[in-house]
Design a protein around this ligand. Sequence first.
Ligand code: TXA
Ligand code: MG
Length: 341
Amino acid sequence: MSFSTRVLQADARGAVAEAAGLLKAGQVVGIPTETVYGLAANALNGDAVRRIFEAKGRPQDNPLIVHVAATETVQEVAAVVPKAAYALAEAYWPGPLTMVLPRGGSVAPQVSAGLATVAIRMPSHPVALALIRAAGLPLAAPSANLSGRPSPTSAQHVLQDMDGRIPLILDGGPCRVGVESTVISLVEEPVLLRPGYVTAEQLQEVLGRPVVLAKAIDHPLAPDESPASPGLKHRHYAPRAEVILVKGDLAAFAALAARQAGPGVGFLCFEGEEALLPPTAVAYGPIDEPERQAAALFSALRKLDELELKRVFARAPMRRGVGLAVYNRLLRAANFNVIHA
Ligand code: TXA
Ligand code: MG
């Protein structure tokens, strides 16, 4: 189906009610969350969920996150809710944390892409919460980008990717966090499947036990290996250009940039470094502030795309705290291509 996609200010009169009506009718709506924009549909309706996969061009084997507005809904969506899940919900919900639990019967099986588990989170963005309540439904929602592209952190980004594919986008302003939620599996031992704004250290603190990092977070998988989370095997978060992640200091990066500069070559750097680099340099936050890097990263990758580049050299971030999430997204955008300047 093709739509003329409308963008409504989320705080305009009737906007949330209209979006809720579309969701109840089985349609897909672009919605703001505190992490990135999502492509939402009724998680209880298999046809509605199928429309998400179509709109995104998403591989059928990559499951979706179910968004809820009350902890009680988790008991309907999941078959088993361990104590650890309540403890983490208490500490970090509503917020950028997703938990993988055994799947309950009410969720459409398409949400889990054939797995026996389901990913659940309670977003903190007031528009997302209002919409889930107005629709009276748990909402399945992946990031609202075309599959493989950088996640959208503004309604404008969603429109770039989804124009003509969905009927409505709610504009709730730029996303505060900027990278997707932390994903932790509590099906067996706690395993961190995707790093995010809530860090492994913070999760360990609440759980009182170690959290294992899934290997695919910072290692390419061998062709015969299957990842703990299906999303970890696909190339992701990528601008159209080839991305090369560069370790080393600013002086070495500037020297590499001087050697590599030319038509079709761009650079991703930290704020304040642009003056030392060719004019195709785009910054993604200050070198020592991973939260601000996270908030700026995807928007910077989309800016580089507008320069129609063939190749982008990117300054590698620190991997501490939220920096691990930023590093993980860049590593995947670079398809694990890392060099030392
Ligand atoms: O912040 C976010 O989580 C955003 C906003 C919209 O809430 N959503 C998001 O969804 O990032 P998506 O589909 O782009 O990423 C979902 C990730 C994928 O890596 C997927 O493989 C993983 O969660 N996932 C979903 N269900 C899973 C399951 N049952 N077991 C393991 N991993 C799962
Ligand atoms: Mg995504």
